[in-house]
Design a protein around this ligand. Structure first.
Ligand SMILES: *Cc1c(COP(=O)(O)O)cnc(C)c1O
Length: 207
């Protein structure tokens, strides 16, 4: 565990999702003992093996519609809503359980083929408007995966694009409060450019 990094994040009161994919439940418990309480998993099957109702969980990876039924009622936030098809299934399953599912809309701002996930950012406002028809879904934020690059200018452009959409979205839908961006290699830059929540995996586990 990188306790120095964890302490830095805690001292700065940064909202952190500790990404625990490929790590054991014991490691999740260790992070919890160090004061972390929100955990992110990107695969449903792996999430279910670690799920502990005492902790807060976010699903952050691309979500298949046929997996939605396994996570409703267990995850606090689905960060990766990126299609109407997926929204329809979340609506259906949340309604069944008589709850309102919190989601973030994942936007695609990266130009590389590596990260294909996310709704096209150019149409974000239309997508948000469409999502208003689902009474059992509440959009609480926006999320992106920035390009993995050492070229900071590329990331700055992506983060600034997200921030601009976030400000516009917040104005229209005041319940939108989180801008989820920044991972191990770019979280400091993301915070400088408007992120309100970072998702860090690798760096937490490497000294
Ligand atoms: C794995 C993952 C992270 C964390 O990435 P690291 O580089 O390990 O910090 C953040 N967000 C998503 C969507 C991920 O899949």
């Amino acid at each position: 565990m990188n306790e120095a990094l964890i302490k830095e994040i805690q001292d700065k009161h940064i909202n952190l999702v500790a990404v625990t994919k490929k790590h054991t439940k014991e490691e999740v418990d260790q992070l919890h003992a160090l004061g972390l309480s929100v955990f992110g998993e990107n695969r449903v099957q792996e999430f279910l093996t670690k799920y502990d109702p005492a902790y807060t969980w976010h699903i952050i990876g691309h979500l298949q519609t046929n997996k939605v039924k396994y996570i409703i009622g267990k995850v606090d936030v689905i960060e990766s809503l990126d299609s109407i098809k997926l929204a329809k299934e979340i609506e259906k399953q949340a309604k069944k359980q008589d709850l309102v599912q919190k989601v973030f809309v994942e936007l695609k701002v990266s130009q590389t083929d590596e990260n294909k996930t996310g709704y096209p950012y150019q149409d974000a406002m239309n997508f948000l408007a469409e999502l208003q028809q689902f009474p059992h879904i509440k959009v609480k934020g926006l999320m992106c995966i920035a390009t993995h690059t050492d070229d900071q200018a590329v990331n700055i452009k992506e983060f600034d694009t997200m921030k601009q959409i976030f400000d516009e979205a917040k104005e229209k839908y005041p319940e939108i409060e989180t801008l989820s961006m920044g991972m191990s290699h770019d979280w400091r830059l993301a915070l400088e450019h408007g992120s309100t929540q970072v998702r860090i995996g690798t760096a937490l586990f490497t000294d």
